[in-house]
Ligand binder design. Structure first.
Ligand SMILES: *Cc1c(COP(=O)(O)O)cnc(C)c1O
Ligand SMILES: [Zn+2]
Length: 439
C-alpha cells in the first residue's frame, strides 16, 4: 500500500491514487496527503535524517520520501538542487543600507535543469505518475515554462507530448518547446481560455495533462524548492520568503514543505512570513490580499510577465490563505518596474532572470520600503526562470554600438569617446584634445 493518496481539501474525502484533480462530491481541489506517522517513524529510525539526506546526490530526488512517487520509480534526470546564495549588493540597493547585506538570499531556479525554470520540478513528479497511470501521451496548458519542461521531460521519458499555449507567447518559449519534438498547439486566446480547453480535452482523450488531471502530483514537485532552501540555509527556515505567483501553487507548496520538515523534526519550528509577487497587469491574488478579500476576482491579463499571466488562478484562494495566515503580504509591480528589476538583479548579482524574477525583485524592493521586510531578517527571493527566454522585453533598452575596425588605434579612439567624461574630469581635456587632433 502506498503511504500517500489524494484527499479533498475541503470535505476530506479520500480518492486513492488516480489521475484526478477535483472532488466529485464538493468540486473542491484534491491534494496529496501523506502518512506522516510512517514518515516520522522513518525519521526516528534514522532513515530520514539531515545527514542521510545530505549524503544523497545533489538533485531534488534526495527528498523522494516526501514526494508522491510510484513504487520502483527510478529518476532519469538530475533535476533541481539549484544554488542558494547571499545577494549583498542587491540587498544594499533594495534596502538602501548595508544592514541587509548578509541576510538576503536568492534561490536561483533560473539554472534548474533541464529547461531553466522551476517547472522542471513539477513536471518531473507529474511524469513519474503519468507513466505509472499508463499514459502514453502527456500534455499541458502553459504560459511558457511548463511547455518547455513537459516537452523536454517527455522526450527523455519516451512519451508523446501535446502542448497548448496562447498563440502570442514569447518566441524563445515556443522554439524551446518545438525543439524537443513536441506537438505545439497555439490557441488564439489567453492562458485561462487555453486551460479551459485543456480540461475539456482531458475528458475526451486519455492523456495525462500535468496541470489538469495530474495536477495534485505535479504541484507536489514545487515542495522541493522549500526543502532545498531549508537545507541550504543549514537546516533552518528563513524569516521571509518572496515568491512569484501565477496559479498560486508554488507559494502554498513551499509552505507545505516547511511544515513537513518541521513535523519530521528536520528543522526547528519557525513562523515564516510568505510574500506573494505579481505583475500589476495580472494581479488577482495581490489585489485580493490588499483589499482583504479571501476570494479571487478573475482578471484579464495585460503584462509582459507572461509566465505569471493567469487571470483566474486555480490555487489563488489557498495562496491568499498562506500569505494572510503567515502575517505576510502581497505586492505587484508595473511592467517598467519589472524591466528595471531584471536589470538591477543582473547588474548587482550577475543573474539574468526572466520577467517573473523581475516581478519578485521589484516586489521585494517595495516590501523593504514598506518595512514589511526588515533588513535584519533572513529573506529568500525565489528567482524561478531564466532571462534568455524573455529577451524580447529588453529590446530597445540597449542600443547596438557601431562596429569598429580591428585596429588598436580605432579602439583607443573608441575608448576615449566611450569614457564617461562627466565622471572623470581629468579625461575631458585629453578627449577633447584628441578629437581636435583627429579633426
Ligand atoms: C509557473 C511559474 C511561476 C508561478 O507558479 P504557480 O505555481 O503557478 O504560482 C513562477 N515563475 C515562473 C518562471 C513560472 O513559470
Ligand atoms: Zn470534497
Amino acid at each position: 500500500m502506498s503511504y500517500y493518496e489524494l484527499r479533498c481539501r475541503e470535505c476530506g474525502r479520500s480518492w486513492g491514487n488516480q489521475p484526478r484533480s477535483i472532488c466529485d462530491e464538493c468540486f473542491s481541489p484534491l491534494e496529496i496527503v501523506y502518512d506522516y506517522d510512517t514518515l516520522r517513524a522513518q525519521a526516528n529510525g534514522n532513515a530520514l535524517t539531515r545527514e542521510r539526506i545530505s549524503q544523497r546526490p545533489p538533485n531534488m530526488w534526495r527528498y523522494a520520501d516526501l514526494l508522491p512517487l510510484p513504487q520502483g520509480f527510478q529518476p532519469r534526470l538530475p533535476v533541481g538542487f539549484t544554488p542558494l546564495f547571499q545577494a549583498p549588493h542587491l540587498a544594499e540597493r533594495l534596502n538602501g543600507t548595508t544592514a541587509a547585506r548578509a541576510n538576503l538570499y536568492i534561490k536561483n531556479d533560473a539554472v534548474c535543469l533541464p529547461t531553466l525554470s522551476f517547472k522542471d520540478r513539477v513536471v518531473a513528479v507529474a511524469l513519474a505518475n503519468a507513466r505509472a497511470f499508463g499514459f502514453e501521451t502527456v500534455s499541458c496548458s502553459s504560459t511558457g515554462n511548463l511547455a518547455n519542461a513537459v516537452a523536454a521531460h517527455a522526450a527523455r521519458e519516451g512519451l508523446k507530448a501535446w502542448i497548448f499555449i496562447p498563440a502570442d507567447l514569447e518566441p524563445a518559449k515556443i522554439l524551446g518547446t518545438n525543439v524537443f519534438g513536441a506537438k505545439v498547439v497555439r490557441i488564439s486566446g489567453n492562458y485561462d481560455q487555453v486551460n479551459r480547453l485543456c480540461s475539456q480535452i482531458a475528458d475526451e482523450h486519455r492523456w495525462g495533462f500535468v496541470n489538469v488531471n495530474l495536477r495534485p502530483y505535479y504541484a507536489e514537485g514545487s515542495k522541493t524548492v522549500g526543502f532545498e532552501i531549508a537545507e541550504q540555509l543549514g537546516w533552518r527556515l528563513p524569516d521571509n520568503l518572496v515568491c512569484p505567483m501565477a496559479g498560486g501553487s508554488l507559494i502554498t507548496k513551499i509552505k507545505k514543505a516547511f511544515d513537513e520538515l518541521t513535523k519530521l523534526g528536520l528543522v526547528e519550528a519557525k513562523e515564516v512570513k510568505f510574500f506573494g509577487a505579481q505583475a500589476t497587469g495580472c494581479s488577482p491574488i495581490s489585489t485580493a490580499v490588499k483589499t482583504g478579500s479571501c476570494e479571487i476576482e478573475p482578471q484579464k491579463p495585460n503584462t509582459i510577465a507572461r509566465s505569471l499571466a493567469i487571470g483566474n488562478p486555480a490555487d489563488g484562494h489557498y495562496a491568499i490563505k498562506t500569505i494572510k495566515g503567515s502575517g505576510g503580504w502581497s505586492e505587484d509591480v508595473s511592467d517598467p518596474e519589472v524591466i528595471d528589476s531584471i536589470r538591477l538583479l543582473a547588474e548587482t548579482e550577475g543573474i539574468f532572470t526572466e520577467t517573473a524574477g523581475g516581478v519578485t525583485v521589484g516586489c521585494a524592493a517595495k516590501l523593504y520600503r514598506q518595512d514589511r521586510i526588515l533588513p535584519e531578517e533572513t529573506t529568500v527571493l525565489c528567482v524561478t526562470g531564466n532571462g534568455l527566454k524573455t529577451t524580447d522585453v529588453l529590446a530597445g533598452v540597449y542600443r547596438t554600438e557601431r562596429p569598429i575596425a580591428p585596429k588598436l588605434a580605432e579602439f583607443e579612439s573608441y575608448l576615449r569617446q566611450s569614457l564617461d567624461v562627466a565622471e572623470v574630469p581629468g579625461i575631458v581635456a585629453a578627449a577633447e584634445e584628441a578629437e581636435q587632433v583627429g579633426a
